[in-house]
Design a protein around this ligand. Structure first.
Ligand code: TNX
Length: 648
């Protein structure tokens, strides 16, 4: 039962000064007319109060990662209209932005019930600027250096003349492939711009566009020939045709919405092809859940940016998100956080069960949509680390003799699958049976990131296995585990994807994998020298959870720094790479870790327009990039939630 009493939590971050060390204070106010006692204040949000922090005014009675239960002194009564403040010092994760602090709270009462607490956004003692959320939409200027509104900018544009802006595009497909692409494009513009009527018949004023497959194009390349009537679009693949239609749709939208600035050409040609073959984004649906409708719309946006890889991060410590018939607990337990559940409220989820998962039907629909949109879905199941949700759901996977505790960087205890247990491999094999049936993609990502250096040191089984392997670090055990998982994937005809840590402890088979380099470009280059194929995604630029600026008022994280759109746009992912190293370069992706994105206005602010800046890096030839041009055109690109709310 949830009590209706009213409480308010205000939190303040005090950065360290010359005289005072850093501190984080939490003030609970009882707004009701009744006193309250025998309670714990439970909070969560990206920043955490460590077990080693000192707490003044109360005690840290229990905690798991960023879920903290704070208890007032014995016998304490919080009187009506009065406040209780506690202060934590010595936090290992300094707060840098307003989304770092507690963004959900409740009281746990002795009778087992909970009471809701309204939470104000965390303030910093040194910065009172208005807090920002919602995408920043760049205004389209009156004059732009190019006459067409296309993002990412095409390879070759040789057009002339201006025609009266057509009312829409009347698609005239020739053959089955072209037919299918026309349908996909119809669905795409309907989803993104439902009231614009971009695809419409000749009778409604649509400009005829002949679409046909033709020989001689690279896989994603296309050509558009403008002439008085009709326009001709050709490509050798469905994705090439779709990209051509997207270019036409973008030209039409620019000319229609900004007729003084952009035009629809009368004659000439656009020939286009991407500069990189891997142009993607990752999305973490474990820390925050994104329902199928959100994923579908996000895929539409990726396609409009000509992005072709969707790295779907489906599991982490905080949750498991995909239905697996053999292990129903993975979703009945692992997909939900809540007070009293095996996974407590984390990262802003409240006391009520919060979460969700994708049914197999939903996954199949999403994978099919992605395929139509030219997007390869790369599912990630993170292992052996980041498995707290798995182990809470399937506790028999643990070594029953294990003693002691090791902690992950996000402060989860004993969160790694045990590489010495037969049960682990049975689990992984059964999981892969179902996963591979759901995901036809060439690549399956197995995580491999952030296994604590002291993982498994309390497990007799793991110690025995390590001795057998002749190693003395957890990295050796991890590499042995990953090689076994990879061998299984290779035997089933799949490539293994992994974070860069898969290269430690002896590494995995380089011929059948690619790695995401997430530390620096230099590390990516070193891994390329070792012979790994690399997708470059360094945290300090391509992690879209990092804030847009160092200001407190900007949402997002800050552990890897901050990345404004211009920095991301101009970033060279292969700076300093040799020709040999470049042979191992697959392309680029952004990573959308979702810890700070409880609020969807925060998602919009962090993801847009930076994802379009990445898309242009992936598609446009480096020498043809121009921040000024991109900035002028980016305002026409879609955002997911349409959240452009003013600051608050
Ligand atoms: C590091 S990058 C992680 C994630 C976090 C992210 C937050 C990587 C492979 N692991 O678990 O969500 O930082 O920025």
């Amino acid at each position: 039962m949830t009590s209706q009493r009213a409480f308010l939590l205000a939190t303040t971050w005090h950065p360290a000064t010359e005289n005072e060390p850093l501190s984080y204070s939490l003030t609970l106010t009882n707004l009701s007319n009744e006193p309250i006692s025998d309670f714990r204040l439970c909070v969560s949000g990206p920043g955490r109060i460590d077990a080693s922090s000192t707490v003044e005014g109360g005690t840290l009675a229990a905690k798991l990662s960023n879920h903290s239960q704070l208890a007032p002194p014995d016998g304490f009564v919080l009187q009506p209209k009065s406040s209780w403040t506690i202060t934590a010092r010595g936090l290992s994760y300094p707060l840098r932005h307003w989304t770092d602090g507690a963004n959900a709270a409740y009281l746990a009462l002795v009778d087992g019930s909970t009471a809701m607490v309204a939470v104000e956004a965390t303030r910093s003692a040194g910065d009172n600027g208005p807090l920002k959320r919602g995408a920043e939409i760049y205004p389209v200027p009156a004059h732009v250096e190019v006459p067409l509104s296309v993002v990412p900018w095409p390879h070759t544009v040789a057009i002339s003349g201006r025609r009266a802006v057509p009312q829409g595009l009347a698609l005239l497909p020739e053959g089955d492939d072209a037919d299918a692409v026309a349908k996909t494009f119809g669905g795409l513009v309907q989803a993104l711009f439902p009231v614009e009527g971009i695809a419409r018949s000749v009778a409604e004023g649509g400009l005829p566009v002949k679409i046909a497959i033709a020989d001689g194009f690279k896989p994603e390349a296309y050509a558009i020939r403008f002439s008085s009537d009709p326009v001709h679009l050709s490509a050798s693949t469905r994705s090439g045709l779709l990209y051509g239609l997207i270019t036409l749709g973008q030209i039409l939208r620019g000319a229609r919405h900004y007729p003084q600035t952009f035009l629809f050409p009368l004659e000439g040609e656009i020939r286009d092809e991407p500069s990189m073959r891997w142009r993607g984004t990752h999305l973490d649906v474990a820390r925050q859940f994104y329902g199928s409708a959100e994923i579908s719309q996000f895929l539409h946006i990726l396609a409009w940016n000509k992005l072709n890889r969707f790295h779907w991060h489906l599991s982490d410590d905080e949750a498991w998100r995909v239905e697996i018939d053999a292990y129903p607990e993975l979703v009945s337990v692992g997909a939900w956080r809540g007070h009293g559940l095996p996974i407590p409220p984390l990262l802003g989820s409240g006391p009520q069960p919060t979460g969700g998962y994708y049914t197999k039907t939903a996954v199949r629909e999403i994978v099919a949509l992605a395929g139509d949109l030219g997007i390869d879905v790369v599912p990630e199941i993170d292992m052996p680390g980041h498995c707290y949700a798995v182990l809470q759901s399937l506790p028999w996977l643990r070594d029953p003799q294990e003693t002691g505790a090791y902690f992950s960087i996000q402060d989860f205890p004993n969160n790694c699958l045990n590489p010495a247990r037969d049960e682990t491999y049975e689990f992984v094999e059964t999981l892969l049976d179902e996963l591979l049936e759901l995901f036809p993609s060439q690549t399956i990502h197995v995580g491999a990131d952030e296994v604590p250096a002291d993982a498994w040191t309390g497990s007799p089984q793991a110690k025995a296995r390590l001795a057998e392997l002749g190693g003395d670090t957890s990295a050796v055990l991890q590499a042995d585990f990953l090689r076994r998982v990879q061998a299984s994937l290779t035997a089933r005809g799949r490539m293994t994807g992994a974070w860069q840590e898969a290269a430690v402890g002896g590494g995995i088979d380089k011929a059948h994998c690619y790695l995401n380099g997430w530390h620096t470009v230099e590390i990516c280059a070193e891994l390329a020298t070792e012979g790994y194929d690399i997708v470059v995604c360094p945290g300090q630029v391509y992690y879209l959870d990092m804030a847009n600026s160092p200001d407190w008022s900007e949402p997002g994280a800050g552990w890897a720094g901050w990345s404004e759109p211009e920095k991301l746009y101009n970033f060279d992912p292969v700076e300093g790479w040799s020709t040999t190293q470049k042979k191992r370069f697959l392309g680029v992706q952004t990573c959308i870790w979702s810890e700070p994105m409880t609020d969807r206005g925060v998602f919009d602010r962090l993801v847009f327009p930076r994802i379009s800046a990445l898309a242009e890096t992936g598609w446009t030839q480096p020498e043809a990039k121009s921040w000024e041009r991109f900035k002028a055109l980016a305002g026409l690109m879609p955002v997911l939630y349409g959240s452009t709310a003013p600051p608050f």
